[in-house]
Write a new protein. Sequence first.
Length: 355
Amino acid sequence: MNHRQSGVLLLALLLIQPCLAKPDASSADDDEEAGLSWSYQRWAFGVSGSLAGEIHRNAASKGANKWNTELDPVFALDLAYALPDDDRLVVKVDTGLESWRPASQRKLGNREAYLGYQSDTWGTVKLGTNGSPSWRLLDEEYGTHGLNWPVSYSGYGRLNVLRMADWVKNTLAYASPEYAGFSGELAVLLANNDWLERFHDVLLHYAQEDRFRVDLGFVGQQTDRPVAPLRQHFLAGEYNWQSVTLSLGYKHMAQDRIMDRSVIWSQLGYAFGQNELHLGVARVRDRAFPALDIGTMVLGTGYTLHMNRYLDFYSDLTWARNRAEGGIGASDVDPRYSLGSVRSSQWITGLSLDF
């Protein structure tokens, strides 16, 4: 998809925006999630998804500027059967057809595809392909607005096997109910999948309504390659006060003789009307090879306009500076592009439509 086609997509989303205006309060709850749902007796069926069109600009001190575009359609199908005591049997198929994925990975249920049991008393158990609880939290809650590359991927691209797993096949996942503000999540690999031989993810939460939260995660994985296991732990928190949000976090990834990487970050957000502004900083260090110690400072900024309940416009900038040539770059897609550069940046602007 070229730049002109991407521009046409963004313009088309803007043109249909009036047709997607938020319904009147008398006909819909403002907090109601996007999506369509139907029910019949004990059965319920839902369809939801999103469509994002983005323009990216990558720049590096060693290398020409590089433009590219992304079209990221995602859709999910949900089926539930009601049991006594408000328990439910659930089936979900969540599929991502993003343009950055290789064609071989654009398959039905490549994000999530599971059979589950939900109980308000005992929690939720899911068997199949599940999202890694820690990765989803870092990617969707903390690694946003220009900090996705250092927080979610720790300097590795989306398709690099050194990264932590995101969507994992053949897993058993459990999410507990909340007790006095505490809750937890667990995911364990039951059988080898495409590239993992072992995987576990333990995530603990504590929250005080919408004011304060703390998250602690432990992840371990072993790939099918003859290398040492990869381990990760992180501690992150967020505090909300009126229109201001402050988040802080620390993450460490280790693999014997390959990686000893730590990331520390902080981000400040301010919301006014339908607008959000964010400013964050992150420090990435890798001490696996002292002679080649990678020290990278990252600055992330972002602006989001919530045009209505369905449509968002956003523009994020990531700027990275290495201590010396040979460091890692600012791109979350292919960091090798800026390898060997002292300075690099990535600017992303786009529209996201939720339905």
